[in-house]
Design a protein around this ligand. Sequence first.
Ligand code: OAD
Length: 288
Amino acid sequence: MRQDDVGRDVEGLSRLEPMISERAARYIRDNFKEGAVVCLSGAGISVESGIPAFRGEGGLWEKYDPDIYANAEGLTGLLRRQPAKLADFIAGFYTLLIKARPTPAHQALAALERQGILRAVITQNIDNLHQQAGSRNVVELHGNAFRVRCPGCLKKITLEKERIKEMTELLKRNNSYARMLRIFSRYFPRCECGGRFRTDIVLFRELLPQEELALAYRYLDTCRLLLLVGTSLTVIPASGLPLYAKKNGSQLLEINQEETQFSQFCDLSLKGKADEILPEILDVLGYA
Ligand code: OAD
């Protein structure tokens, strides 16, 4: 397909008509081959779970300045100067994450993996929803909010939801600097190597986990079709992955509610909700 096919598949369709035109269905049947597909996902895939995306209307960065809330120094400064604000942010964010359940989009990707078509999901999300839906090969470029990691020896520990709930409840009632420090030292204890565990979320200006990034490139070396689902592709190095895949001969299929700066490079761009389009793709392939 050519550049000028972008977005055409959904234009002019009424709400009752399927999101996927016959032409797009043919493209899907021709390109969703065994072991050929990899997905790169972003915050948009989890919006229907109740977790807002980062950018755009209602996005997290509209309410919270990422230079403070997604940055180690910003967060430390906030703890010192406005601890109650930090307590609110952590409690609010984890309440959403704990409540969230996988959407039909997460489930459709897990089903494609079970069918042997999808090799892996490379995700920028930290919400663990791909794994909850049953995806097994998940590459987490930005870490996982339900884990802590020791910066010294890189040991990782999964935090049970109940334990996180306990921490958020404590933070809601104890939001002074001294009390919050005590809470953090309880839930982020010392590692046996002497380091102090911290969240396994990759913050701004931090290095991505190198072994995950290397694994992502390995999947892209051999993939024939890369799905770009619910991501604005504005954050490096994830934003470089589609062009890397394309240079290696992969096709690009974008599923997004809006046009992105990458739409023009995609072989097919389906505009709409991932929760509706991905289950329809399963239907087209006869797996629904
Ligand atoms: P963004 O918030 O930048 O983009 C979300 C994308 O999802 C947008 O392009 C929306 O149009 C689209 N979208 C929203 N709802 C959708 C739906 N139901 N179906 C399909 N598409 C939908 O999120 P990311 O691209 O994931 O990094 O952001 C990348 C990184 O920026 C995040 O991992 C995070 C952030 O700063 C760190 O925190 C390190």
